[in-house]
Design a protein. Sequence first.
Length: 159
Amino acid sequence: MMLTDWIDVLPVDVPRYPRVVVNPAKDAGLMRPFIASNPDVDFVELRGLDKLGVAELYGSSQVYMDFGRHPGRDRPPREASAAGCVVLSVELGAACFYDDMPLDSCYKFKTLNDAQVALRMVLADWETHHRAQYEYRQVIANQENVFCLEVGELLASLD
């Protein structure tokens, strides 16, 4: 049986800037070369923050780029999306599966060139891409309900 989890992000009222959040703990070897090849982009690392700090960082940024291996349905891209970031992700592990990361393929990348194209596309028209990821944000917002249903199904199966 499937038993998933959910995330929640504290609501914050902060201005949003055209910058990109990255997580140095989630790097499959592409993040550092990508950052180095984009000196005109404001990258900020997700590290050493409490729950409010995470919410403020995501809430004040336009994009979250995930360079990790995705051993499962990862928390950082879901938190970033819930906070209003457009999510771009390397297509590895669970990110390869639409059920685990329901994003259009244009928001997933395999190479540095693909990542470059995706980031420039989003930064050029953030509002359009933010709207395009509405369904992903809705899926994330509903994950607590899904978890409750899964627990109910699990308990019912024990009878």
